[in-house]
Design a binder for this molecule. Sequence first.
Ligand code: CA
Length: 223
Amino acid sequence: METKILIVEDEPGLAKLHRDYLQQSGFVTEWLAEGLEVVSWVKEHSPALILLDLMLPGKDGLEICEEIRTFSDVPIIMITARVEEVDRLLGLELGADDYICKPFSPREVVARVKTVLRRSSPPPQEEQQLLTVDEESYQAILQGEKLDLTAVEFKLLSVLAKKPGRIYSRDQLMDLLYNDQRIICDRTIDSHIKKLRKKIAVTAPKLEVIHSIYGAGYKYEKL
Ligand code: CA
């Protein structure tokens, strides 16, 4: 399984250095240079680890780290320009997993990434690989098996699974699923949900992840 590392660094040269070394070690990388983009990107893509530069345009690493900790335990390695800064950062108890000072050796960064990943206890296998949704290839992998979904079923699953526990009304789902102005009876959603559930049941008969909330709509959640 690929391990995606998010590099947050506003100096392109450094970002490229991180990227090259991490990719050589088999990691998949993404790069963001702008502080304001980071939190929403992390929410959407759930990287395996974040290399977070402290000084960034838009929003600094401290704020970003704090915000990410409100919704995620993703390992964060904070990168600072000064050794003295580390003590201060440790004192702030931001929840970063490690600190690296510039200048650093790229090899050291890779070594730290590996250590932090190893240390951050991975969730149980089942939990981790329950469902993977790839919006580019329109593929959904449930417990290691590809689900054979129509485009609409795929979108439905993808929307619901992106925010586990969040309840979507039929109207919201229709808006998210159909961009055009077709008039669609809201039972359409029910029928797609029904088919989706059946397909999930083929792969994982005991797994119930799509739940109906009476009078409200649907949600995705592993209970
Ligand atoms: Ca910087």
